[in-house]
Structures are given as C-alpha cells and as structure tokens.
Design a protein around this ligand. Structure first.
Ligand code: BGP
Length: 472
C-alpha cells in the first residue's frame, strides 16, 4: 500500500503539526518587559549569532498560523518563554507577556491549529541560571510556581508539556559543552541536572492532576538508539552504557518512578569511572513514583541513532556546529566512542539518517514501559542548507521530503504493530534559530529570509499538505 493510502486509513484525530520553540522563533527578546534568558549575554559575548529577530514570530505568528492551516497542519508546538511571564523567573507576572500568549493561543484556536505548549524549552531565565539553573533545587520551586500560574491563566490550553528534552539540555550544558555554561564531561552536573529536571516534571504533573483541569499533560524526551558498530560484547556494553545515560535513566524516572537496579548498575559504572556522583534526597522517588502513572501522553523527539565502540581513554569531543561534514567526534571515558557507520548516510552536521532507529526505539519503549500511553512524535526533521533561488521558485528541499517520508513509514509500521502513535510534528514549522548552529541549519517547511522576514514555500510544505489533506 502506498504511504498516502496508509495515511488515509489513520484515525480522524491524528495530529499533523509543525514545531517551534519560543527562543528560536519569537525574536523580540528585549520588548514588552521580557527578562533575559541564559542565552542572551552568552550569544552576545560569543558574537557568532544573535537571537533577534529570529523568525519574528512574536509579530508574525498570525501569518505562520495561517500558513499552517493552509498547508494542512492541525496542530502547532509552541513554548512559553518563562521570562516573558516572570522576567526573573519568579516574582510578579508581566502582563504584556501574558497578553501575548493569550493572543497567540486565540489565533491558533480560531484557525483550527491546536496548540501543544511546553513550559520549558532550553530557555532558563538568566537570574536562575546564574544561581545554578537545574542544579539548584530552588529552581524546581520557581518552576512549579510558574507552571501553576500558567495552568490557572491559560485555561484555553489543553495540551501541556512540562520540559522539552531534559537530556539535551543537561548533555549540551555539561557534557558536550555547546550550551552555556559550556562544561565538558562534568558528569556529576549532567546526571544531577537530569534528576532535578525529572523531579520538577513530576511535581508539575502531580500539581496539574491535583487541580483537576480538563487538559492533558506529559513531557518530551529525545531518544537516540545506540548500536555497537561491530557486535562484540565490549561494544555492546558501550552501547548499553550510552543508552542508559541518554535514554534509560530518564525513561525509568518518568515512567517507572524509580531508577531500576539494571539501570543503576550501568549508571553507577559510568559515574564511578568518571568520579561522579548523584544525589537523591528523601522523598524524591515518592514524587517520581506518583507522577509515573499520570502522564497523559509522551512526546518523543527523534532525529538520529548512534553507533559506538568501546573506549577507555580520556574524554574528548568536537562539536560540529558549522555544517562541515565529518568534523564531529565524541569519546566518553569508560563509556564509548561514537563512530561513523559507512552504510548509514549523514547530514552535513554528522547526524546519522537512520529511520530504523525510530522503529526500534518505539518498539522497545512500549515493551519496557507500560505506563507510556499515547505517543506523539513531537520533533523529527532534517537540518539542511536550503538554497533560495528567487521569489517565484519553490525551494527544492527533496532530501527533507525523503527524510520525513522514511521516518513516517517507520512510525506507521510501528503503529500497525500496536504502538499507539497519535501524531507527528515536523521540526520545524518555519526556519528558525538553531541553538548552537545559528541560521544556516534550516529545518522549516517554510523558508524564512532572515533579513526581510518574508516566508517562502518549500517543496516539503507542498508534500506535507498532500499527506495531511488525504485525511480530510
Ligand atoms: C532539538 C530541540 C530543538 C531543535 C532541534 C534541532 O533537540 O528540541 O529546539 O533545535 O533539536 O537541533 P539543532 O537546531 O541543534 O540542529
């Protein structure tokens, strides 16, 4: 059966969405009382990229929502910038920020584009970041207060995600060093930040359920499957260690409400080798346990999987933030070395294009975590150097179409085998600011000229429309 026929057979409510994140699209970082995030001064100092005007979504959200509707999308992922609501992360709410999100949500709902809203998407308030960010447990209290405010204020929102990609934040901040505060292989901070973010998530879910609101809540993890490059027991062990650190620790905490002995054996091995430690306080696990059955849905972001071999030297890495193919490397002491699989194509940023990994992950997590209910693929897409030709030529991003098609094929295969995926959000709706790569790594269905802010159609948008429209 063709892809279109299989899509036609999907249930009516299946979600086709485009994804965004506040800091990557909104721009307007200094207006209407917004506070600074951990990125503002960092990007200025670095001098490579500016977050303004990004895709100017703060002013052009209406145009983007109309485009979404026109191109068949029935949903959009957005995030609330914590610092628009509470400029310092706490204190008195900023009414201009509150009003902006009411306008945005209204525009979405009036156009039949359902908003799926994250409370935190990598944009920690600068004030809280300086005090330790997620490593400081006070941050959790402020986050819960911010969430409570949003739940009570934005009653028009019925689909909430607490935090986007807990691992990416912790890993980029403390292992890979490409997000502020740019630590390399600070394993203690990376594991502690994961635990503290999980605790914040759990508290917010427990709070949401206690408020008896009519909506749904969950969180978003990015998952990468990890395979031994050559199947030896040592390489398999490297793959298991990396899988535990990148996926299993967080999945256990979210959906089992505990870190199982199998997981902790791997995590402790990794911590010991790196002289690192994790602190879990009394009562933390009770909160995780309570939340573990209460997630209404799970947002799964998937881009790539990894191939590894065993590695016992010192940790070192090079992050490819420029799009020069073949420049990334990653060696994690006592865990493994990430290597290239010659049979697997890669993007210019060295991300493996491996849709099978998504299928394997979907099957594995559904088996291992019965508490995972409905799954939405909340991000999937291809970073690509799109070429603008002229005003009248549709931008040819065929590699992106291939990428999306191959991944949707795998999702449908998993669905036909009982995995309950109910929606797909392409990353990203329009071209936007890419955290550590700036503006030449584009993902959008819609091309953005960052000088003029004009939007142009890409072939992927036309393709996506055909797909989504088959269900109408
Ligand atoms: C995810 C993030 C997004 C987005 C995407 C692409 O990890 O949730 O915010 O940026 O990855 O990543 P990048 O822009 O680094 O290519």
């Amino acid at each position: 059966m063709t892809l279109l026929n299989r899509v036609r057979a999907l249930p009516k409510g299946f979600v086709w969405g485009g994804a965004t994140a506040a800091y990557q699209v909104e721009g307007s970082t200094k207006v209407d009382g917004k506070g600074k995030t951990m990125w503002d001064d960092y990007l200025k100092k670095q001098g490579r990229f500016a977050p303004d005007p990004a895709s100017d979504f703060y002013n052009r959200y209406s145009e983007d929502i109309h485009l979404s509707k026109e191109y068949g999308l029935n949903a959009i992922r957005v995030s609330i910038a914590w610092t628009r609501i509470f400029p310092k992360g706490y204190g008195k709410p900023n009414q201009e920020g509150v009003a902006y999100y009411h306008r945005l949500f209204k525009e979405c709902l009036d156009n039949g584009v359902e908003p799926y809203v994250s409370l935190h998407h990598f944009d920690s308030p600068a004030t809280l970041f300086e005090d330790g960010d997620w490593l400081n447990r006070k941050n959790i209290d402020y986050f819960v207060d911010y969430a409570r405010f949003c739940f009570k204020e934005f009653t028009e929102v019925t689909n909430w995600f607490t935090i986007n990609e807990l691992i990416s934040l912790a890993y980029s901040q403390y292992i890979q060093g490409n997000f502020p505060p740019n630590h390399h292989f600070d394993v203690t901070s990376a594991i502690q930040a994961q635990h503290n973010e999980l605790l914040a998530h759990a508290r917010v879910v427990n709070l949401y359920k206690s408020l008896n609101l009519k909506g749904r809540i969950g969180l978003i993890h990015v998952l990468e499957n990890v395979y031994p490059i050559v199947a030896t027991p040592e390489n398999q062990h490297a793959a298991d260690l990396q899988y535990a650190f990148m996926n299993q620790f967080l999945l256990d905490g979210t959906f089992k409400g505990e870190y199982t002995p199998e997981t902790m054996t791997l995590i402790n091995e990794l911590l010991d080798i790196n002289n690192a430690k994790l602190e879990i306080q009394d009562g933390d696990l009770d909160e995780l346990k309570k939340a573990s059955t209460q997630n209404d849905f799970f947002g799964l972001n998937y881009y790539q999987s990894k191939f590894v071999k065993t590695y016992h030297g010192e940790s070192e890495n090079h992050f490819n933030g420029t799009g020069e193919k073949g420049t990334s490397s990653f060696k994690f002491k006592g865990v493994g070395e990430t290597v290239k699989n010659p049979d697997v194509p890669t993007t210019d940023w060295d991300w493996n294009i491996y849709p099978e990994g998504l299928y394997d992950i979907l099957k594995r997590i559904t088996k291992e975590y019965p508490n995972i209910k409905t799954i939405y693929i909340t991000e999937n897409g291809l970073g690509y150097k799109d070429k603008f030709v002229n005003e009248n030529t549709v931008i040819d991003d065929s590699p992106r179409i291939d990428y999306i098609e191959q991944h949707i094929e795998k999702i449908l295969q998993a669905r036909s085998e009982g995995v309950d995926v109910q929606g797909y959000f392409v990353w990203s709706l329009q071209d936007q600011f890419s955290w550590a790569n700036g503006y030449n790594k584009r993902y959008g269905l819609f091309y953005v000229d960052f000088e003029t802010q004009k939007r142009y159609i890409k072939k992927s948008a036309q393709w996506f429309k055909e797909l989504a429209d088959t269900m109408k």
